[in-house]
Design a protein around this ligand. Structure first.
Ligand code: URA
Length: 280
């Protein structure tokens, strides 16, 4: 039996979501080899080794950068300003939770509106919640999220410096791709979030986010790596958008080249913001 990284993680996630491994006890990415062998007794040793090698390499790739002081990397607004934006973001979250414009509202456990710094210079936009996000009501908390955390840390930032959200706010069953009508129903929530936060840069994670926000059909491989313009409407000036590979794609297509591509994209984001690229 072939044993892909995704299959391993899906199995692992199923086990953990059934409570056999409490959430807080879950390690980063994949657990001890003995646990994997119990999860997938049929898995070929060769493939397990590959997964573990990937795991170890991944631990290393986006780590070891010099860490900044505790000073927030992103500017804070005035208290009133802050409270107002937070109140409006909370209002959007309430509306998201009550939304039944598409069937996903009735199928999910928790809505996942997004979270982070209301004054973030960078907003990361993913595709939509997966099983872990649906269980917790928070974006990017599964394996792809843990890798995103590492990318953010490698940029010298903390998760609380940035804002993280998705194109769609409810999990599609079986993690299927979001349907066009679901994206269309959900997009106004994201646009309102982006308008409130007004980041300097949007990082579109993966094809769905990039194609939706840029209203294009170009493949992500062509879009990534170059700043594009995101327009709220015909009147407001655009916001710079950097399309890059989704961290879930990176986990599935785990090559040095792909990791370097994402890192190059993030270095361009840092340069655009006038931030130093942390050194290993
Ligand atoms: N993938 C996404 O696109 N969004 C999440 O929140 C988690 C995984």
């Amino acid at each position: 039996m072939r044993c892909s990284t995704r299959a391993l993680s899906d199995n692992f996630n199923t086990l953990t979501s059934k409570g056999r491994l409490p959430y807080g006890k879950r390690p980063f990415l994949l657990p001890d080899k003995r646990i994997l062998i119990r999860i997938l007794p049929m898995a070929e040793k060769r493939n397990l080794k590959k997964v573990f090698d990937q795991h170890v390499e991944l631990e290393d790739f986006f780590t070891g950068f010099s860490v900044k002081s505790d000073k927030p990397a992103q500017p804070a607004g005035s208290q009133n300003d802050d409270n107002d934006i937070i109140a409006q973001l909370n209002q959007i979250a309430k509306e998201v939770d009550a939304c039944r414009k598409c069937e996903l509202g009735n199928l999910r456990t928790h809505s996942v509106p997004g979270e982070g710094n209301p004054h973030a210079d960078i907003v990361f936009v993913g595709e939509g919640p997966g099983a872990d996000e649906d269980a917790q009501g928070r974006p990017f908390v599964g394996r792809a999220g843990q890798l995103l955390d590492r990318v953010i840390a490698a940029m010298g930032l903390k998760r609380s410096d940035v804002y993280i959200c998705n194109i769609i706010k409810c999990r599609p069953p079986e993690n299927r791709d979001p349907r066009p009508e679901e994206i269309i129903s959900c997009l106004p929530f994201l646009k309102r979030q982006l308008q409130l936060i007004h980041p300097k840069i949007i990082v579109a994670l993966g094809a769905h986010a990039a194609k939706t926000l840029l209203e294009t059909n170009k493949p992500i491989g062509q879009l990534r790596g170059k700043f594009q313009d995101f327009y709220f409407d015909d009147f407001s000036p655009p916001i710079k958008l950097m399309p890059t590979f989704h961290t879930a794609y990176l986990l599935r297509n785990y090559s040095h080249e792909n990791r370097m591509r994402v890192w190059e994209d993030m270095k361009s984001v840092l340069a655009e913001l006038g931030l130093e690229v942390p050194k290993k």
